[in-house]
Design a protein. Structure first.
Length: 319
């Protein structure tokens, strides 16, 4: 039987924590058995592997480290669990890995070129496409996925600079998130202070800006994105010095009823009442517990974690 990898939901926070200086991902063998954790750091060029005893959370190194490219900055696993991808921001590339029976990652024979400084990764729920936020070139690279192989889709990379706008230093996209339907992509643009919105062609993977191409709410330096497990809300970590908060948006998607007309989901975003919600200094990542009752935010500048009760119907975050 081939090895499969999947994120264990209660370790999603660890993904965010390690991604401050690297990234982690975990293989879920069973909810009460043994799992496998993979860790990489920006100052390192390897992925280290650990066995996790799920009943206690104890970690044991299995010694099966594999190489990455320069400055690994993000990691993502396919929904089917058979491949891992790492963004190498110092090498402008993606490293790809398949899995062996002993949970060892097997690197592909070559890396895949991206735009400049890839910083964020996301995969659609169907596992067909990999989306890459290229911070240095203000673009999104899109690749079709075949096992651990990647092929650029027609038209890739796609600019994050809206038509009719000019940004001398680019928009600095740092994070990407896909709606639960797989029809829409959202991009956090750290320098331009907005979230881009694209329609995804679910056949070809090409991106088209939505009629409302971006959203702003007077907050600065959006640096992290998360879509709730039920697909109803998008949360944005605003790391700017005059923000330090979390913006919440209701997503008009076909898995929820937050649209003016639920029969015509169009990917538009509507601000949640009370948004934004206060966080610590420099929030950069967001995660949810498996019971979908709590949200957690990593605050990079204050080295803290903010915890919130989550309102599944309203999207309101309560500290």
């Amino acid at each position: 039987m081939g090895t499969k990898f999947a994120l264990v939901k209660y370790v999603v926070l660890a993904v965010a924590l390690f991604c401050l200086a690297g990234c982690t991902s975990i293989n879920n063998a069973a909810t009460t058995g043994i799992a496998y954790l993979y860790v990489t750091a920006q100052a390192n060029t390897t992925i280290s592997a650990y066995t996790v005893t799920q009943s206690t959370g104890a970690l044991t190194s299995n010694g099966n480290a594999v190489g990455t490219g320069s400055v690994p900055s993000a990691m993502v696993i396919t929904p089917s669990g058979n491949a891992v991808f790492v963004a190498n921001s110092g090498a402008n590339s993606i490293s790809s890995y398949g899995g062996d029976a002993d949970e060892t990652l097997t690197p592909a024979s070559a890396t895949t070129a991206t735009g400049t400084t890839p910083m964020g990764l996301a995969i659609d729920p169907g596992g067909k496409f990999l989306f890459v936020a290229n911070q240095g070139s203000s673009s999104i690279s899109v690749f079709s996925i075949n096992g651990s192989g990647l092929t650029a889709v027609p038209g890739s990379p796609f600019t994050t600079i809206p038509v009719g706008y000019t940004f001398a230093n680019g928009t600095l996209p740092t994070a990407v998130a896909v709606s639960n339907s797989g029809n829409f992509l959202y991009v956090a643009n750290q320098l331009a202070n907005f979230v881009s919105a694209f329609a995804i062609n679910t056949t070809s993977g090409t991106l088209t800006p939505l009629p409302v191409p971006f959203y702003q709410d007077a907050q600065t330096s959006p640096s992290g994105l998360a879509v709730t497990p039920n697909g109803a809300f998008l949360y944005v970590a605003n790391a700017g010095a005059n923000s330090n908060n979390i913006s919440a948006w209701a997503i008009c998607d076909n898995v929820v009823n937050s649209c003016a007309n639920p029969n015509t989901p169009d990917g538009t975003l509507s601000p949640v009442t009370g948004s934004p919600f206060p966080a610590g200094l420099g929030p950069v990542a967001i995660a949810f517990d498996p019971g979908f009752n709590f949200a957690y935010v990593v605050n990079k500048q204050s080295s803290t974690i903010s915890q919130y009760a989550y309102g599944p119907g309203s999207g309101v975050l309560t500290p």
